[in-house]
Design a protein around this ligand. Structure first.
Ligand SMILES: [Zn+2]
Length: 425
């Protein structure tokens, strides 16, 4: 028997509608009691001091580099980073080496992560080898545990394959996730094309590389009535295209990454390769458009696109560095600081974007903070300030442009699968 008592929490549960001060007792991984004051004692007691108790957060877009590039991240170190960031679940992209394009590969991710306190849900490749030529065995991958399909890291350029993939994925009721990037337009680019790329003398990736694919995809989705999710939206026009699709009633959802609602291409000024990411950091207008789209519900989920790279890989000239930013351990702080503090989202809406919506998009079971339910919870303090120090990260990699930044909103811990991960104060 293990028991944990949490006092003075602020339960926010959009599924049951609870928003208020509560004590919460967990016994053997199950919510035993939840009420305004609990007199009982437990093995361990935590005073939450008003911190939020939320349904477990789910990051629907991470890159854990196992198999193939374990020097960047493994499933185990990725799970540690996720727990430290306040996540009880992640969905991992299939661009490993080899990619997750077979049932065996998908099963292996699930088996290896079976005992972790963080649930790791594999996303299957849309095409064999992620080469964009031949469809992967969608139904088999789904039966093995793939929760969605994506060639992320590269865009599915071929509209005919997208059409067929949407059809097949509909049969198993799973979304197709697109990394929207016209390869011909973005080829050779290192940052957003515009004033800053001219100033810095770096080759640009034009916004139309993203916008064009999104507009085309919306037409395909409308034609076949598929279920489509747009990864890491970054431009004002792409946001507008999704908004228009939603108005039409298409089954389209989308996510944005914290770096895209936090940083502009100004951050590239020092040629810090930790700012090199796809899609690239855009302009002030784009950042504002993304934030506005959180407010009006066009953007459903916050997803980090956690993309670890080793220091030796990033410590090269900007044009040669790989694309990617790690995000798991800064996501909650950045989201509270940029979206809640600046009144784009309420705390309630933040919990929806971090937990309820991504789980709904991936067809994962909903979490209810109720007596008798398995505890799957995220604890975070919405007003505590802290300073980002990449040396403290649990991730195996350090490629974060947020080092040294002061953020408001700090993850305190998680409970999932009868395991408590509590972060030292
Ligand atoms: Zn991507």
């Amino acid at each position: 028997m293990s028991s944990y008592l949490f006092r003075n929490g602020h339960v926010i549960d959009p599924v049951t509608g609870v928003d208020g001060q509560r004590d919460l007792l967990i016994v053997d991984g199950v919510i035993d009691c939840i009420r305004e004051h609990i007199g009982a004692s437990a093995d361990e007691t935590f005073d939450l001091d008003g911190a939020v108790i939320a349904p477990g957060f789910c990051d629907m877009h991470v890159h854990f580099r196992e198999p193939g590039e374990e020097h960047k991240e493994t499933l185990a170190t990725g799970a540690l980073a996720a727990a430290a960031g306040g996540f009880t679940a992640v969905a991992c992209m299939p661009n490993t080496i080899p990619p997750l394009d077979t049932a065996e590969a998908v099963l292996s991710i699930r088996q290896k992560s079976d005992r972790f306190p963080v649930d790791i849900h594999p996303i299957g490749a849309i095409t064999k080898g992620r080469e964009g030529r031949e469809l992967a065995p969608i139904a088999e991958l789904h039966a093995a545990g793939a929760v969605a399909f994506s060639d992320d890291g590269t865009c599915l350029q071929n509209a005919k394959l997208l059409r067929i993939a949407l059809d097949y994925a509909s049969v198993v009721d799973a979304p197709v996730i697109q990394h929207a990037e016209d390869a011909a337009l973005s080829e050779g680019g290192a940052m957003n094309e515009g004033y800053m790329s001219t100033v810095l003398g770096l080759p640009g990736i034009p916004r139309i590389a993203e916008d064009g694919i999104v507009l085309r995809d919306m037409a395909v989705v409308e034609y076949v009535d598929g279920t489509y999710h747009l990864a890491h939206v970054s431009t004002a026009s792409a946001v507008d295209a999704v908004r228009a699709a939603k108005v039409k009633g298409l089954r389209v959802t989308c996510e944005a990454a914290p770096h895209h609602f936090t940083l502009t291409d100004e951050a590239v000024r020092g040629y810090d390769t930790s700012t090199k990411v796809k899609p690239p950091l855009r302009t002030r207008d784009d950042v504002v458009a993304v934030k506005e789209a959180f407010r009006d519900g066009v953007i459903d989920a916050i997803a980090t696109d956690h993309a670890p790279h080793a220091a030796f890989e990033k410590e090269v000239e900007y044009v040669y560095a790989p694309f990617g930013i790690i995000g798991l351990e800064t996501a909650v702080g950045l989201a509270v600081t940029e979206l809640v503090e600046q009144r784009y989202l309420t705390l309630w809406e933040l919990v929806e974007r971090f937990s309820v919506n991504p789980r709904r998009i991936l067809r994962l079971p909903e979490i209810r903070i109720e007596e008798g339910m398995q505890a799957n919870l995220t604890f975070f303090h919405p007003s505590r300030e802290w300073s980002v120090d990449v040396r403290q990260f649990r991730s195996r990699s350090r490629n974060s442009p947020f080092h040294g930044m002061t953020l408001r909103g700090k993850p305190l811990g998680i409970v999932n699968k009868d395991q408590l991960v509590w972060l030292a104060e």
